[in-house]
Design a protein around this ligand. Structure first.
Ligand code: ADP
Ligand code: FRU
Length: 293
């Protein structure tokens, strides 16, 4: 399938430490890697490995650091013809501290770069895509982009962080992908309670997911029924960076493949859980594709 994702790419500087340090500590890292990150592009890289033709709609700074991003996306066959280059801005950068003891990832993110706008989006012929995915960021511009999709069901919106008026977008996408952080912010301790409270904020027939780390994930199918899948716990958790983006990719893959929610919710927990047992976002281990279904 042809899939477009609108969102960000970052440079992630990941330091592996034995345990998360205390404030004002000075610790020696056990390892370091510098990789491309960013929710939308992470999701695309996984979708590409699952066999889809992927395109990125996003903004790149005209800096040397963007080379990492361009090279990585090119290596994953991501089409970049809709990317906007900004002369005045910095490559978004995340300092990530990955704890060996817990596998947790703590992210400090810096961004000084314009967001992909509705004007940028208006130049894309969305009829050429089977699915369009949006990272829930600049709400005003996103509202206009979703309006252009004209209430079509074949688009998804990721709601990771609380943002002013983002709730106004809930009725405009066919698939809403919530984070546990957002559900907690709304005062809920699990996905089922959160979904039940959304009420008229969401159109009937809207697909929804809510990923909850080691506790697994919840989903709502088109009939409104709530589903749950436990997490798939790897032998050892080594890297949880991007787990949510892998999960979202697997959900989109399941929806465009016409699978049932029960099937793709479990498959997404499986793929994301397996990923937590490996370093990075490659679905291949020892050169062999991982059988994740
Ligand atoms: P994010 O990376 O956005 O914080 P989550 O932590 O909610 O996202 O993780 C998304 C999905 O990845 C979860 O629903 C779960 O299936 C899987 N996952 C995340 N952390 C772990 C873990 N430590 N062990 C197993 N699976 C995990
Ligand atoms: C992981 C991630 C990182 C990036 C950060 C941006 O989900 O996309 O790759 O640095 O989140 O918020």
């Amino acid at each position: 399938m042809r899939i477009l994702a609108v969102g960000i790419a970052t440079l992630d500087i990941v330091h592996l430490v034995e345990a998360y340090p205390a404030e004002d500590d000075e610790v020696r890292a056990l390892g370091q890697r510098i990789v491309r990150g960013g929710n939308a592009t992470n999701t695309l890289v996984v979708l590409s490995q699952l066999g889809h033709q992927c395109s990125w709609g996003g903004v790149l700074a005209d800096t040397h650091d963007s080379r990492y991003i361009l090279d990585d996306l090119a290596n994953h066959n991501i089409d970049m013809s809709h990317v906007v280059c900004c002369k005045d801005g910095r490559t978004p950068l995340s300092c990530v501290v990955l704890s060996r003891q817990r596998g947790s990832r703590t992210i400090v993110h810096y961004r000084r770069l314009p967001e992909f706008s509705d004007k940028d989006f208006s130049g894309i012929d969305t009829d050429g895509f089977d699915w369009v995915h949006f990272e829930g960021r600049n709400v005003v511009q996103l509202g206009k982009m979703l309006q252009r999709m004209d209430g079509e069901r074949n688009c998804s919106l990721e709601i990771e962080k609380p943002r002013q008026d983002i709730e106004a977008l809930f009725s405009k996408a066919g698939l809403l992908m919530f984070s546990s952080g957002y559900a907690r912010y709304r005062g809920f301790q699990n996905g089922a309670e959160f979904f039940s409270a959304l009420g008229s904020q969401v159109r009937s027939g809207t697909l929804m997911t809510c990923a909850w780390g080691e506790q697994g994930a919840w989903g709502v199918d088109r009939s409104g029924a709530i589903h749950y899948s436990p997490a798939y716990l790897p032998h050892r958790t080594v890297d949880t960076l991007g787990a949510g983006d892998v999960f979202n990719a697997a959900i989109i893959h399941g929806v465009v493949s016409g699978d049932s929610m029960e099937k793709y919710l479990a498959a997404a927990c499986r793929l994301a859980g397996e990923q937590c047992g490996r370093v990075g976002l490659s679905l291949r281990e020892n050169g062999c594709p991982v059988d994740w279904k």
